[in-house]
Design a protein around this ligand. Structure first.
Ligand code: GLA
Length: 391
């Protein structure tokens, strides 16, 4: 550095890079992802239709903005190595423009391996080039899925420490490449929660990291993942989220009661809310489940504290999430499989931080329940009651 002028411009450039990087949202990302409903059967037209539906259904105005194309968009590489979309996505930059004009954002998916999980082209050896291409297209979110990197690199190493280092370096490498573009791109790690990723996901640049294998559209699959998040809350903070996988709400495999449990758990977990259904075919019940503002406010609370299990007695669980205004979200769950009449679950608010009782609101029913010291919630099997409680 040989002149004060150069020093000033270098500092200005660094500060503006930091400003760009920090313009990523600090609350959990909300949007839609193609995988749960469409798998690889996606096209530019399908994605545009989802975006239109995200706006017309009111989802965008409720906070859902990312339109994330999962596996299946990639074609081959051009002679100079540039990744090209396949014939189903004729012009990715034009698609990004279309989304941006609606106030939405575009997400893409790749892998540190040569192949993605579905066998499409991965980023191995082309990380910087791919990051530059994504930035030039106007991409705002990248899901980076370990997949073939395991067989190609990780499993050839001998010790667990070497294998962990290789995985961490693969993620850090793409993070550096994304950062160098200067474009704020939300970075979503997907390696199925292996190697205690919640302990190091943020240190390799992750804004979120999958904590589990893939979700399925059944109560059993959803509940195993959702309730299995107990103990992970201390690893989340604003801009750095545990990701228990995308939503199945509206895909048809669960009852409305079970989908309400799904949304309630994900909100308590401060999880990314990425709808995984066909947004062009939603009934009123699905829209209501996805757009309940009071539930979304719990997920998106600015304190960014993940909730956690307070108690489990047999099939009855209580989960608590502290909120920025001093109130708490409390989820009361009945994990029983069989229908009786619904179980009365007593919840004493005093040991939950409300020694003289609290004002209680049912956020699904949008109803105030008055001041209470003890709540007796009637909760159906597989169901829940979600409350917002303030002193
Ligand atoms: C893995 C991921 C899924 C999805 C598929 C795509 O299974 O965990 O979320 O991205 O790959 O092939």
């Amino acid at each position: 550095m040989n002149s004060p002028h150069l020093l000033v411009s270098a500092l200005t450039a660094m500060l503006s890079l930091r400003a760009l990087a920090s313009s990523l949202p600090l609350t959990p990302p909300m949007g839609w992802n193609s995988w749960n409903h469409f798998q690889v059967n996606i096209t530019d037209a399908i994605v545009r239709a989802q975006a239109e539906a995200m706006v017309s259904s009111g989802m965008r105005d409720a906070g859902y903005v990312y339109i994330n194309i999962d596996d299946g968009w990639q074609g081959s590489r051009a002679a100079d190595g540039t990744i090209q979309p396949n014939e189903r996505f004729p012009d990715m930059a034009a698609l990004a423009d279309f989304l941006h004009a609606k106030g939405l954002k575009l997400g893409l998916y790749s892998s540190p391996g040569t192949k993605t999980c579905a066998g499409y082209t991965g980023s191995f050896g082309h990380e910087e080039q791919d990051a530059r291409t994504y930035a030039a297209w106007g991409v705002d979110y990248l899901k980076y899925d370990l997949c073939s990197y395991n067989d190609e690199v990780v499993n050839k190493l001998t010790t667990p420490a070497e294998r962990l280092d290789a995985i961490r370096e693969a993620y850090a490498k793409m993070h550096r490449a994304l950062r160098q573009t200067g474009r704020p791109i939300f970075y979503s790690l997907c390696q199925y929660g292996l190697n205690y990723v919640w302990r190091w996901g943020a240190s390799v640049g992750g804004n979120s990291w999958r904590t589990t294998g893939d979700i399925g559209d059944s109560y059993a699959a959803m509940a195993a993942i959702g309730f299995g998040q107990a103990g992970l809350s201390r690893y989340a903070s604003p801009g750095h989220w545990n990701d228990p996988d995308m939503l199945e709400v509206g895909n048809g495999g669960m009852t409305a009661e079970e989908y309400r449990t799904h949304m309630s758990l994900w909100a308590l977990l401060a999880a990314p809310l990425l709808a995984g259904n066909d947004l062009t075919k939603m009934n009123a019940e699905t829209i209501a489940l996805l757009t309940n503002r009071e539930v979304i406010a719990i997920d998106q609370d600015p304190a960014g504290v993940q909730g956690d299990r307070f108690s489990a007695e047999g099939p009855y669980e209580i989960w608590v999430k502290p909120l920025a205004d001093g109130s708490k979200a409390i989820g009361i769950f009945n994990r029983q499989d069989t229908w009786t009449r619904g179980e009365v679950i007593p919840v004493d608010l005093r040991p939950l931080g409300f020694p003289s009782g609290a004002h209680v609101r049912d956020v699904w029913k949008h109803t105030d329940l008055g001041r209470r010291e003890i709540i007796e919630a009637t909760v159906p099997p597989h169901g829940c009651v979600l409350l917002r409680v303030r002193a």
